[in-house]
Design a protein around this ligand. Sequence first.
Ligand code: FAD
Length: 464
Amino acid sequence: MEKAIQWNQQVDVLVVGSGFAGLTAAIEAGESGKNVVVIEKMKSAGGNSIISDGGIAAADTNLQEKWGIEDSQQMMYDDMLKAGLGLNDPKLLHTVVSNARSAFEWTIDVLNVPYLDRVDIFGGHSVARCYTPEGVTGRTILKEMLEKIRQLGIPILYSTSFRSIITDEQGHVIGGAVLKQYDYKADTGIPANIRTQRGIILASGGYGADVDFRSIQDPRLDGKIQTTNRPCATAEVLKSALNIGARSVQLEQIQLGAWSSPDEHGFGDGPRFADYILFQYGVIVDPHTGKRFVNELGDRKQLADAILQIGHPCIGIAENNAVKHSGWDISKAIRKGVVKTFDSMDDLGAVYGINPKALRASIDRYNGFVRKGIDDDFQKPIADEACPIEKTPFYAMRLWPKVHYTMGGLSINERAQVLDLRGNTIDGLYAAGEVVGGVHGASRLGSCAITECIVFGRIAGQNI
Ligand SMILES: Cc1cc2nc3c(=O)[nH]c(=O)nc-3n(C[C@H](O)[C@H](O)[C@H](O)COP(=O)(O)OP(=O)(O)OC[C@H]3O[C@@H](n4cnc5c(N)ncnc54)[C@H](O)[C@@H]3O)c2cc1C
């Protein structure tokens, strides 16, 4: 069988995808002297990684110690398991959590990624353990990864789309079929085959932008639901592995971002206000009743499910002290009209069609919870520095979920080896990042995807 194949190129390791998982894996494999090639179907590197906020989570770090935050691997594990509704693969979850700190430190010590001097908490984390690179963008991390890739002399073949996995008669992976000079829009290119001595690392990301594939998994998520993902987030690489007998897990577990606005496309600028300010210090109300209906610091699944259950966009409200205290610049969201400012609660209610009396009653009740530090209605943790919603201007944003992340994917073991339907490893096939399933179960906590990409990217690159 092998003799009939015409090989156009030979490498030790073929990495599919140039996001955080793929570049991390390539760096680790390259550092150990392997001849590595990265292929990327788009014209530039970065996938969803480059448009992310770059937030990475880890417990027990020096930054937490500096800010007096007590945390542990066990607490992080418990938080992720709780959000995942216990569907997480315990071994994979343990691997991510126990390697999170070293992955974060690797980005600093080996890649020289600069981080902001702050530690944030997002919904579902019990303490602040999320670190943000300068510029609040994944681009900051990607730039340093690409510099390392350049230093190691690892080529990235752009406009090269992975199509299928080539195996020998024993089922060992011996190479991949690709399309070079790939025209993304026409889905065409020139066929070529790359022979691999040690194997392939699949790091092709999730399928949040693949409407056909995602709506087979969850029929609610048809083309009418927007996504925060770039169009490259499609499932063909995942399917190529299924075609040779790889096992998938939890493909129907698809995360919606509850911090997104229906008033802008893609991820946009509203989420910075919603995720970093509003959920911690503000309230979400149903405009039809003026009432709160959820713990605003619940995890993403709880929030998105609660808003979808309401059935129409809901209104998030925060006040001036919270915006000032947070230190985040939300001027772009305001300029775009995604976040609006108001001098009174009645004006705010009028714009969103909320009954003013009902709205004032909800805000007064919530302010009482802030003053006593306990939310009797939804048990939202009230931060020490939280203020009642009193100081104008008030800030508000419409919230409606968008497809954000796919928790399901290929089944791997702790060594990042892809498993077949019987649970055996497929020789020469590894995977890392969002293409993998099982770590997060029913819901991924904020900043934990990048941790996973780097932890399993490193493991895949070291083990192949
Ligand atoms: C807007 C946004 C913000 C986010 N913010 C955060 C955050 O702050 N913290 C966090 O933890 N997570 C965040 N996430 C999630 C996180 O960014 C992603 O899960 C992670 O970056 C995925 O990395 P990856 O390397 O697995 O895939 P990607 O970064 O998506 O890279 C996959 C690459 O593979 C390429 N590819 C796909 N198919 C093929 C093919 N057939 N042939 C060749 N190449 C192919 C793609 O073009 C892409 O470049 C965010 C996600 C989004 C969309």
